[in-house]
Design a protein around this ligand. Sequence first.
Ligand SMILES: NC(=O)c1ccc[n+]([C@@H]2O[C@H](COP(=O)([O-])OP(=O)(O)OC[C@H]3O[C@@H](n4cnc5c(N)ncnc54)[C@H](OP(=O)(O)O)[C@@H]3O)[C@@H](O)[C@H]2O)c1
Length: 246
Amino acid sequence: MAKLEGKVAIITGGTSGIGTASAELFATEGAKVVVVGRNQERGQKVVDEIKEKGGEAIFFQADMNNSEDLDALLKTTIDTYGKLDILFNNAGVVISGPLESFKDEDWDFVLKTNLRAPYIMSKKAIPYLRETKGNILNTASMAGLRSHSNGYAYNTSKSGLIMLTQVIARDFAPEGIRCNAICPGITQTPILGTVKENEVAAICSTIPLQRMCDPMEIAKAAVFLVSDDASYITGAALPVDGGVTI
Ligand SMILES: NC(=O)c1ccc[n+]([C@@H]2O[C@H](COP(=O)([O-])OP(=O)(O)OC[C@H]3O[C@@H](n4cnc5c(N)ncnc54)[C@H](OP(=O)(O)O)[C@@H]3O)[C@@H](O)[C@H]2O)c1
């Protein structure tokens, strides 16, 4: 039996990388998926590919930093599929740099997108998740578990997201709502920018498993955490990082 049969899932940042791989796998496992992002063209392509394979999905264009978009996202989800079982807060951005020249507006933008948006989205989704005894999954990072040079805003946002995960997990466990985080290592997605060949080798030499992660390997862990297979797991921050944080 498919692991997410009959479930309705919102995946933010579904238009690229880890979110796209997750949207594909969630749909393969029987979920109806609401693919969320700002880029209409990429989002529609993800949905078309899911439908070609016999899955069910819609695209919803939203900026996670726009509260009105989030209200409309939830309304469309309920109007279309009647309920919400899974909220996957996955959208995120990276800006790094030396402390003394780091722009305050970049700090605000990263913290807003990576931490405030999941907080607002979770708050708005809880009434619907209460009805389904659903769950929340947040994409944190290995950067939330350890420091990196110049990671002032990014590492802080992801560390905060792990704590947000734990507080939500604690407060809503009595109602049967789980909340977990996934902590990817270096994963081959557009967020890495233009990493050069020689840099790839250098990066991989620091990873115990000696290679970068494929987005589908994160998606597989995500399916596990949002499925009933993880029914006794809440408040976890699961590293999927090739051993980088051991
Ligand atoms: N790749 C890695 O090595 C790695 C490692 C650890 C953690 N992560 C985390 O994994 C998550 C997914 O990243 P990725 O690697 O898949 O990168 P990606 O390919 O660049 O995807 C980022 C996604 O976030 C969405 N997004 C960003 N800002 C948004 C906003 N304001 N509103 C709506 N959507 C927004 C983008 O959608 P649009 O462009 O359509 O707006 C895109 O779908 C992020 O939270 C990232 O921090 C990645």
